[in-house]
Design a protein around this ligand. Sequence first.
Ligand SMILES: NC(=O)c1ccc[n+]([C@@H]2O[C@H](COP(=O)([O-])OP(=O)(O)OC[C@H]3O[C@@H](n4cnc5c(N)ncnc54)[C@H](OP(=O)(O)O)[C@@H]3O)[C@@H](O)[C@H]2O)c1
Length: 364
Amino acid sequence: MSGARLLVTGIGGAVGGGLAEVVAQRGPWSEVVGVFSGERSRDAFLATAPEAVRARIRPVVRDLADPRATAALARELAPAQRTVVVHAAANVSWTASLEAARLGNVEITRNVADLARALGVGTRLVYVSSAYTATDGWEYRNTYEATKAEAERLLRADYADLGPVVFACSLVVGHSRTGVIGRFHGIYPLLGLIERHEPPLLPGGRDRRIDIVPVDWVATELAALLERVLYEGPVGDVVAAAGPAAPRLGELVTGAVAALDRARAAVGRAPVREVTLVPFRRWEFLRRSLDAWQVRGIPMPDKALLDRLIGVYRPYFEDDRVLPPSGTTTVCPPWPEYLDASVAHWFARRAAGRTRAPARTVSG
Ligand SMILES: NC(=O)c1ccc[n+]([C@@H]2O[C@H](COP(=O)([O-])OP(=O)(O)OC[C@H]3O[C@@H](n4cnc5c(N)ncnc54)[C@H](OP(=O)(O)O)[C@@H]3O)[C@@H](O)[C@H]2O)c1
């Protein structure tokens, strides 16, 4: 029988991959089980994971949307004295239908909670959620926020025996030093829009804060919470967010464009065109005018693509509600220290053809 087992769902994702790197280095876990949705994602993850991660993680393939197959995992795993389940698997799309978001966020959470229960008395569940949602008094900006909150309510109401603890983070970007991250959600599709289409104008409130956090800080905080959950009794929820230190949209766009230009200069490419942020009302007027007058002098990206992306970001560019940081052991590093690395890594991956070109779907 192993001692303290950690079971991580969504280990192949942006947050799960960061956590894998931290728990590969340290922690009280006698066994770390990582759940992948399929063999392809498992193999892709293991092909690029550091040796320490490959040595530490016991990979398991399971479609967590399938309740029976998920429950069967309890019988397949060796007994452990105690298990902490960290549930990071999710459908993080901001554009999913309500049905798809419910399946990927609520039903999967129910299945994982049932699995946690079947793993034995004393099993604890840590639910990874978003600092951009809350269970009460919150107007949801999309199906993602609504269903992440619905899953949290479900855990509190029906699975109190698992002592659920919520770890909510804001928009995750790359490692603070290397920029590395497994998936490009959140601000990355916006970066893709700027790099690929160089729009001279974008709509958005310059002073709205966009709360971003580097994945290694998030993963370190999550790993620390998991240890508290293992050793201590009741443990409070954590919000891993930057709070008042987060960049304003104007600062973020200026900083990202500067970082992009540095990355482009390093491979002999010209800087991108300057981007000016305009308020949404002016933007709408300008868009209508450009169409009506068929202006050619202001080159804009494909209308359908631009409208889709702007439509997805708009709730966040107009309304910067996000939970304030709480319960972390350290404060988030300042964004000017890590934005460059994130942009440079994204740019290098893009040049190598390893990112999808802007974004049929935007997620966070
Ligand atoms: N990234 C962010 O900016 C951010 C911000 C706030 C909160 N969060 C939260 O952090 C958690 C992780 O997000 P992420 O950004 O790491 O997402 P991600 O990169 O999309 O990863 C999600 C993971 O969920 C797994 N998954 C989805 N459906 C599954 C299924 N049916 N069966 C098994 N596994 C399934 C995927 O597994 P495979 O890879 O094996 O397919 C994937 O690894 C989520 O709960 C999200 O709400 C993320």
